[in-house]
Each structure stands twice: as C-alpha cells, then as structure tokens.
Design a protein around this ligand. Structure first.
Ligand SMILES: *[C@@H]1O[C@H](CO)[C@@H](O)[C@H](O)[C@H]1NC(C)=O
Length: 186
C-alpha cells in the first residue's frame, strides 16, 4: 500500500463514518418525531374519551332521575312496600315504592278458531294454562261447550268470521281489546 492509497482509504472511511452519523441522526429525528406525535395523539384521545365518559355519565344520571320520577309517580298509585333508592347525587335520594307486577296483573289472550280447537287447545290446557287459569282467555268464532267447561268459561265467541284474513283477525282483536279493557289487568 503506498501513501496515496492510504490517504484515499482514510478519506473513504471518514466519509463512511460521516454518512453513518448522518443516517443515525436522521433516524433519531424521525423516531423522536413519531414518538411526539404518538404522545400528542394519546393525550388528545384521552381528553376526548374523558369528555364522552362525562357526557355518558350525565346521561345516566338524567335517566336515573327520570326513572325514579316515574317510579315515584307509579308508586303513588300502588300499594307496594317502600325501599330506599340510593343515587349518585345525595340530594336526589328518595324513598320510592317499586312497581309490583304480579300474575294477576297480566292478561293472556289466545286467538283461535273452531277448526283448531281439538288439535291445538288440549296441549295448552295441559301445560302453561294450568299456571295462569284465571289470566288466560281464548277468543274463537264458535260456541264450544266442551272447551268452555275445560277453560272454566274462558272461551269467548267473538262472532267473527273464522277465516284468516285481516278483517276477521281485526274483528277478533277488537274483542280481545274490549275484554282486556273490561278487566282490571295492567
Ligand atoms: C256473539 O253473539 C251472541 C249471540 O248473539 C252474543 O250473546 C254475544 O255477546 C256475542 N259475542 C260478542 C263478543 O259480541
């Protein structure tokens, strides 16, 4: 290796070192930049989600108040027992009676037709009807003494057509509504 070659090599090595340093600096800058963007984005997103959380919380509180007001209004018509409802806002704490719904408040209506009495009613009478005999009524389109007896007189002849068109079904529906309105069911 002569002196010229040596100098040339040294220069080349220096150049390479310089290039590497520049590359390293550029990479560091890029990484720092990306990191700061990430931090900014994270803090921004956190702020947004906090704001959303607050909004959701206030909605829940409002809903809770509306619910309690409804409960309070309802309970003034009911004879339920009293419980204390705790709320997030102490000043809104109120003693309300929960609505008490029992089986006696339920009206169960079964729409049927004379052709299906024998094939469809026995299974109902053998099963869930046994749990709600007083709450269940059958709306049909004929007089059926057999099922009238088996349902304790809960077969109602609507005198409507036995066909399955809208008019006939609405006719039965109206009798169902009238019967429901004549009860004290909820
Ligand atoms: C069906 O007709 C009979 C006999 O006219 C009547 O007694 C009964 O009340 C009628 N049923 C309805 C739901 O109107």
């Amino acid at each position: 290796m002569n002196r010229t070659e040596e100098i040339f090599l040294l220069t080349e090595t220096k150049k390479m070192h310089f290039r590497h340093r520049k590359l390293f600096q550029t990479l560091t800058c890029v990484v720092l930049f990306l990191y700061s963007i990430l931090v900014l984005y994270h803090s921004f997103y956190k702020g947004v989600s906090n704001a959303q959380n607050d909004e959701a919380k206030s909605k829940v509180v409002v809903k809770k108040h509306v619910f309690e007001r409804t409960l309070a209004q309802e309970s003034s018509f009911n004879d339920g027992y009293s419980v204390s409802m705790s709320t997030e806002i102490p000043s809104a704490t109120a003693t309300v009676k929960p609505p008490t719904i029992t089986l006696d408040d339920v009206f169960i209506s079964v729409k049927t037709t004379r052709n299906y009495h024998n094939s469809r009613l026995p299974i109902i009478l053998k099963t869930w009807f046994q749990l709600a005999k007083k709450q269940t009524w059958f709306f049909t389109d004929s007089n059926d003494a057999d099922f009238q007896a088996r349902t304790n007189g809960h077969m109602i002849n609507t005198n409507c057509s036995s066909s399955h068109n809208r008019k006939a079904l609405c006719c039965k529906m109206s009798v169902e509504f009238d019967t429901f309105l004549n009860t004290d069911k909820k």
